[in-house]
Design a protein around this ligand. Structure first.
Ligand code: EPU
Length: 330
């Protein structure tokens, strides 16, 4: 495998950062994962893996080796009376995989339609939307373990999934996911608890639910191809019941360990929609999204995020935590 010098990441991230890594390459076969890991060690540079680049923040110059995960393909593993198992390679595009599977009549992934990114990135932050998280349909995954220098299989329990969290966030850089096996339960039951889906008449075909999800996403969230962004910029914060009660009018959802507030609501009600620093701006439509109005840089995005955190804390006493991963930090 050959590394490219000053590898251009600009076309490989959904925010539209102008960025180059010292070295980079596309990984198209599973054996190349160990190869690029060894090359980065020999060069004494950190190794970062990029999927669709849809949940990361990039500096202009990244002193690192970047592996773009491009292993493709998916297959139906087995199909029984109570489930269907599908294995997808890490470089598959998540939204097109969901569209293909749902379009062929198989249910279980429809609420996760339209989330930008790759299959290999999906477990890292345990992607979730419209009442479903990846962990709900996850069976196991294969990954290269950089600590043990070998391929390993991680079960759902091993991955320690939580809201936008997993072992991969606790131990960054240790595992490089090569393929993910999903388990879609049978018979299919639509999950329509999310406010915007409650009015859909039952029973539905998976595809009808997917179309409703895609329509809602299109109405709320900016398309990164038109206006660069990394989706939700902050986690929805979980606070104690007591803290929530002290905040008048604030919508909250009881969850494990407290009440989940809406970061978008907090930012909106702190009057920050449209706030800009340079070309980085809080989206006018959905306050949880930071968008690139042209040539936004990492320092601009960070300054804007810091200001949002400060002003939300000053108004509501709640500290927001950013969700995307910043490459090259530390
Ligand atoms: N809201 C406002 N102002 C805003 C935005 C939202 O008042 O500018 C209010 C809404 O009216 C609603 C509440 O905030 O009452 C929640 O908003 P929404 O339903 O849009 O969902 P969210 O909590 O902001 C989460 C996920 C999204 C996911 C949607 C749908 C997180 C951090 N974000 O957003 O995930 O698509 O629910 O399930 O959990 C992502 O992770 O990148 C992402 C887009």
């Amino acid at each position: 495998m050959r590394l490219t010098d000053y590898f251009d990441l600009s076309p490989r991230n959904s925010f539209g950062f102008s960025s180059r890594a010292r070295y980079g390459a596309e990984v198209t076969r599973v054996e190349e994962i160990a190869e690029i890991a060894q090359l980065s060690e020999r060069l004494d540079l950190p190794l970062y893996v990029l999927g669709g680049g849809s949940n990361c923040l990039l500096p202009e110059r990244l002193r690192a080796v970047v592996a773009v995960m491009a292993i493709k393909g998916w297959t139906i593993e087995d199909s029984t009376a109570d489930h269907i198992k599908i294995t997808a390679q890490a470089g598959e595009d998540w939204p097109s995989l969901v569209a293909q599977i749902t379009g062929s009549g198989l249910g279980g992934l429809e609420n996760l339609a339209g989330i930008p990114g790759t299959v290999g990135a999906a477990p890292i932050q345990n992607i979730g939307a419209y009442g479903v998280e990846l962990s709900d349909v996850f069976a196991h995954l294969n990954a290269y373990d950089r600590k043990e220098n070998r391929m390993v299989t991680l079960t759902k329990a091993d991955c320690r999934f939580a809201y936008r969290h997993s072992i991969f966030k606790d131990q960054p850089g240790r595992y490089i996911v090569s393929e993910v096996t999903l388990r879609l339960p049978r018979p299919w039951h639509p999950i329509l608890n999310y406010a915007g889906l409650r009015n859909l008449p039952q029973p539905q075909r998976p595809e009808t639910v997917m179309q409703a999800v895609l329509a809602q996403r299109a109405a709320k969230l900016p398309d990164w191809r038109v206006l660069g962004n990394v989706g939700s910029f902050f986690h929805n914060p979980v606070v104690s019941e007591e803290t929530w009660r002290a905040l008048p009018d604030m919508p909250g959802h009881p969850t494990n360990g407290g009440v989940k507030l809406s970061a978008g609501w907090l930012i909106d009600h702190a009057g920050l929609k449209g706030l800009r620093i340079g070309d980085a701006g809080v989206h006018e439509g959905h306050a949880l999204v930071i968008v690139n109005h042209g040539h936004a840089t990492l320092p601009e995005v960070q300054a804007l995020a810091d200001q949002v955190i400060r002003r939300v804390r000053a108004k509501f006493g709640v500290t927001l935590v950013p969700e995307p991963i910043t490459l090259g930090r530390g």
